[in-house]
Design a protein around this ligand. Structure first.
Ligand code: NAD
Length: 245
């Protein structure tokens, strides 16, 4: 990834932070982005050990002005964007009968609408350069559904449909668009699960273990590589065999 400029949203923690590090290790210059300034600076310090020219931009993906500011700043500093990883995502779980409008709206806004808006902005320089790699982080539940996650599953299933349509529109310009759909990944969120809940999850995974953020980052870097030029509109599942698409 030498010479490549990669934007990774939601890279202050969890999976996004590991993706940013993995890309930096492969010599991309990384633009980290998140709405949590303290963590973002910590993540930038880490990434700069591997890719010193990387930058961090505090931005809320649900704010259109923030998204325009990010793209303007990246173009000012680097003059191009080669790779976009739409990773920022949230959950607001509830059974459908109890789900509040705000729980639905906020999940759709962060996990789907923001990706439409940021991708639309990024396409302009990518189309001009006739090069781009877009990787969207979906989820296994976008394919399977999950009780208590109608909002989240809808956003991730929507993301897969969005990605296929996008892929068809931009393929002739040497731009690919794919999804990576993680299963259960060990992060701060899953570390908090009680032993019974963990056991229930593990019983559904043929490999008998949760994945790591590194497992997801590996799949993202594969799809974002120059050499993945002929793979587009796909969803790569990273789930230890829990769901075989
Ligand atoms: P996380 O909570 O550790 O990280 C989410 C990141 O998104 C953070 O950096 C946060 O600051 C950022 N973010 C959230 N809202 C934002 C906003 N409005 N503006 C800017 N940034 C915002 O979560 P994670 O587990 O690392 O999840 C990363 C992605 O992976 C998400 O899209 C999630 O849906 C997906 N995913 C995670 C798992 C899992 O098991 N952890 C499984 C499947 C899919």
């Amino acid at each position: 990834m030498e010479g490549r400029i990669a934007i990774v949203t939601g890279s202050s923690s969890g999976i996004g932070r590991v993706i940013a590090n993995d890309m930096a290790r492969r010599r991309a210059r990384v633009v980290l982005m998140s709405n949590v300034p303290g963590d973002l600076q910590d993540a930038l310090a880490e990434v700069r050990l591997l890719a010193p020219e990387s930058i961090a931009i505090e931005a809320d993906v649900t704010k259109s002005d923030d998204l325009s500011r990010v793209v303007d700043q990246v173009m000012d500093v680097f003059g191009k964007v080669d790779i976009l990883v739409n990773n920022a995502g949230i959950t607001r779980d509830n059974l459908l009968m109890r789900m509040k409008d705000d729980e639905w709206d906020s999940v759709l806004s962060v996990n789907l609408t923001s990706i439409f808006k940021l991708t639309r902005l990024i396409l302009k320089p990518m189309m001009k350069a006739r090069y781009g790699r877009i990787v969207n982080i979906a989820s296994v539940v976008g394919a399977t559904g999950n009780a208590g996650q109608a909002n989240y599953a809808a956003s991730k299933a929507g993301l897969m449909g969005f990605t296929k349509s996008l892929a068809a529109e931009v393929a002739s310009r040497n731009i690919t668009a794919n999804c990576v759909a993680p299963g259960f990944i060990r992060t701060a969120m899953t570390d908090k699960l009680n032993p019974k809940a963990s056991e229930a999850i593990l019983s559904r995974i043929p490999m008998g273990a949760m994945g790591t953020p590194e497992d997801v980052a590996h799949a993202v870097c594969f799809l974002a590589a120059d050499s993945s030029r002929y793979i587009t509109g796909e969803t790569l599942h990273v789930n230890g065999g829990m769901y075989m698409g």
